[in-house]
Design a protein around this ligand. Structure first.
Ligand code: ATP
Ligand code: MG
Length: 319
């Protein structure tokens, strides 16, 4: 087994499923808004053996996002059990696992859509587990959902403009009506920049209900980027896309990361997409972390191949 991957196979899976670069459009964080204390808690000692799912003191201090021991039950279902995860500044991290593994539950707990039963979440050095969704968003966490959540009658450009205002807490329906929704020069410039980056210029003034799903996913991505996030969270962005659309989205994601250096947490079934975007990977099954480590180590690890890819040691999985 590779030295960089921690694996615990608890049963077969059912299917395959940098320093912070300055953002050109940074928004300020909301340190005064958090009622939770900034963290300083005991953890595994530095230099000791690193357990699967544990967060070392160094990672706890330096990471952009730290989630520790997150559990969530829905009635009798343990959707997520003691999941821990970190994302460094500017890093791209993947979470994979079969249907029902708990990926969206983790995603929603990190965003504040679900309240975890246990654990805590630290973002950019501050506890966020008591903060509502919008405050986490203003601190720099942006997301796209597994199912498209766009305003059908709004145009692509309007989505990008509105997202900038909501990131700054400046959404006012009354003011926008009086001003006829007029945007500032800076807001227009960022919208134009994102339209070009995402190759959405041709549909900029089209209402989103007239767009393909592939375009819709790009609009969701653009809306997230319009918030100038430190962390971009994507839940199954390839969902419903064909091969070529997935390839195009992957390429755009790579360009976005190259240009903006934003950290990414990618929840995805499509292992090809995951392999092209992330450098580190967590594998969930039945709500439990079964493996974590550098991408190549996890994907080539015999235990993960046996459990996740269903390749029982028949020679192919042996190293
Ligand atoms: N709101 C809810 N109420 C009840 N059960 C839920 C709820 N949300 C999720 N679950 C259950 O929790 C488990 C984890 O679901 P989750 O949606 O997190 O999985 P997932 O890994 O995102 O799956 P998929 O790949 O299909 O998107 C599943 O058994 C699911 O049925
Ligand atoms: Mg899901």
């Amino acid at each position: 087994m590779s030295k960089n991957v921690a694996v615990s196979t608890q049963g077969p899976l059912r299917s395959a499923g940098m320093p912070d670069p300055p953002s050109p459009y940074s928004i300020s964080s909301t340190s005064s808004e958090s009622s939770a204390p900034s963290t300083s808690v005991p953890g595994p000692s530095v230099g000791g053996p690193v357990e699967k799912g544990s967060v070392t003191d160094r990672r706890r201090a330096e990471s952009l996002l730290v989630a520790e021991n997150i559990s969530k039950r829905f009635g009798g279902i343990a959707a997520l059990s003691e999941m821990s995860l970190t994302v460094d500044r500017g890093e791209a991290v993947g979470v994979v696992g079969p249907n029902g593994a708990g990926k969206t539950t983790l995603f929603n707990c990190l965003l504040g859509i679900e309240i975890p039963d246990t654990g805590r979440i630290i973002f950019d050095g501050k506890r966020i587990d008591n903060l509502p969704v919008y405050k986490r968003a203003r601190m720099g966490i942006a997301r796209t959902f597994q199912r498209l959540e766009l305003f059908s009658e709004m145009t692509v450009r309007e989505h990008l403009l509105l997202a900038q205002r909501s990131a700054r807490g400046r959404v006012s329906l009354l003011a926008d009506l009086i001003n006829h929704g007029s945007a500032s020069k800076a807001e227009e410039e960022l919208a134009d920049h994102l339209l070009a980056l995402l190759k959405l210029e041709d549909v900029a003034d089209t209402a989103v209900d007239g767009l393909s799903l592939g375009h819709g996913r790009l609009v969701e991505l653009g809306r997230a980027l319009a918030m100038s996030p430190k962390l971009l969270m994507l839940d199954e962005p390839s969902s419903g896309l064909d091969y070529n659309e997935t390839k195009a989205l992957t390429k755009v994601l790579e360009q976005v990361r190259e240009e903006q250096g934003v950290a990414v947490l990618l929840v995805e079934h499509d292992l090809e997409m995951v392999s092209e975007v992330v450098s580190r990977l967590y594998v969930l099954d039945f709500g439990r972390l079964i493996a974590e480590g550098m991408l190549d180590d996890v994907l080539s690890d015999t235990g993960v191949r046996q459990a996740y890819l269903g390749q029982v040691a028949s020679g192919e999985g042996q190293r």
